[in-house]
Design a protein around this ligand. Structure first.
Ligand code: GUN
Length: 304
């Protein structure tokens, strides 16, 4: 790597503001806990039902974090662990039962699902009013048409981080050039729609995008959700850009890294989210908020 003294840092501040997702998530959970208190006054304890199919180690860690957050904020969680031999019909039957259960406000089927189960069929079966992941085409359609609905937790959490940063530093996505790397329904697509709705000029990049470095070099805001370790080189970042790293990868030495070359990027960025401790905790806190929103809407009790 180029020595710091030899780098062309332009007008960069050394170092970027750290977008501390752990701290922001704690604040969001405290806010949601208050909202759930208002639901309790109305006689409702929100319920989240989670299905974990198979034994993917990362999924087990994520689901544990979600159940723990439910306990903290006062959501009643139900976790169903199912073997990887579970059939699609069995999983659809469970979703149907949760759709019909009045105590269940939110349904989450942890992804990825084992081979042989059609992910789309499962997502499509979840009642849109209980779709706290925001992956159902109904909710993605509402987002695409700029209407309120349940929004996927990771991109909603990113918007929250940008809002907290924006309030502190006088920054807004409006009028900015944003580059989103990745086009999944879990992150990239809803992220690009949220930023479009927030008046950014959005470019969606992916594995077939030529000159990724050039596109990123033009961006005032980079959201990296490519799923490729350290794909985004620090030297590509425009000086003064805001950088959000959605990736999380285990390295050969046992440590974690994101989709962005963090050490080099933070020399050029105005603000950057770390990995771990950035987007990850915000995703879970936003899931809690989605459960509160779903319960509020379904039970007709205002929480804000
Ligand atoms: N797997 C990785 N992230 C997510 C998520 O946000 N929701 C679900 N259901 N599965 C995931």
């Amino acid at each position: 790597m180029t020595a710091l003294a030899d780098m062309d840092l332009g007008a960069a501040r050394v170092f970027a503001v750290n977008l501390d997702g752990k701290a922001m998530a704690a604040l969001l959970r405290a806010e949601v806990k208050q909202q759930i208190g208002r639901l309790a006054v109305g006689g409702a304890t929100p319920g989240l039902a989670v299905a974990l199919v198979g034994d993917d180690p990362a999924s087990q860690v994520y689901v544990k974090g979600k159940v723990k957050a439910c306990e903290e904020v006062g959501i009643a969680s139900t976790l169903r662990k199912l073997p990887d031999t579970t059939t699609q019909d069995e999983l659809l039957g469970l979703v149907d039962a949760w759709n019909a259960d009045p105590a269940v406000d939110g349904i989450l089927v942890q992804l990825p699902l084992p081979k042989g189960i059609d992910q789309r069929a499962v997502i499509d079966r979840i009642a849109p009013t209980k779709d706290v992941d925001g992956f159902h085409p109904h909710n993605l359609g509402l987002l695409a048409s700029g209407r309120p609905g349940l929004v996927a937790c990771t991109p909603a959490g990113v918007m929250r981080m940008l809002s907290v940063y924006g309030k502190a530093y006088g920054w807004t996505p409006a009028g900015k050039r944003a580059v989103v790397i990745g086009r999944s329904i879990t992150v990239g697509r809803p992220m690009s729609l949220l930023l479009t709705n927030a008046d950014a000029t959005v470019t969606v990049c992916h594995s077939r995008t030529p000159d990724l470095a050039g596109r990123i070099g033009e961006a005032d805001l980079v959201v990296a959700a490519a799923g490729v370790p350290q794909l985004v080189k620090g030297a590509w970042i425009k000086v003064g850009a805001v950088v959000i790293d959605v990736g999380i990868h285990r390295m050969a030495d046992g440590g974690l890294c994101g989709d962005v070359e963090f050490d080099a990027a933070r020399l050029r960025a105005a603000a950057i989210s770390p990995v771990p401790g950035g987007v990850g905790p915000m995703t879970i806190a936003q899931l809690m908020r989605n459960c509160a929103l779903a319960a509020s809407a379904r039970r007709g009790i205002a929480i804000d």
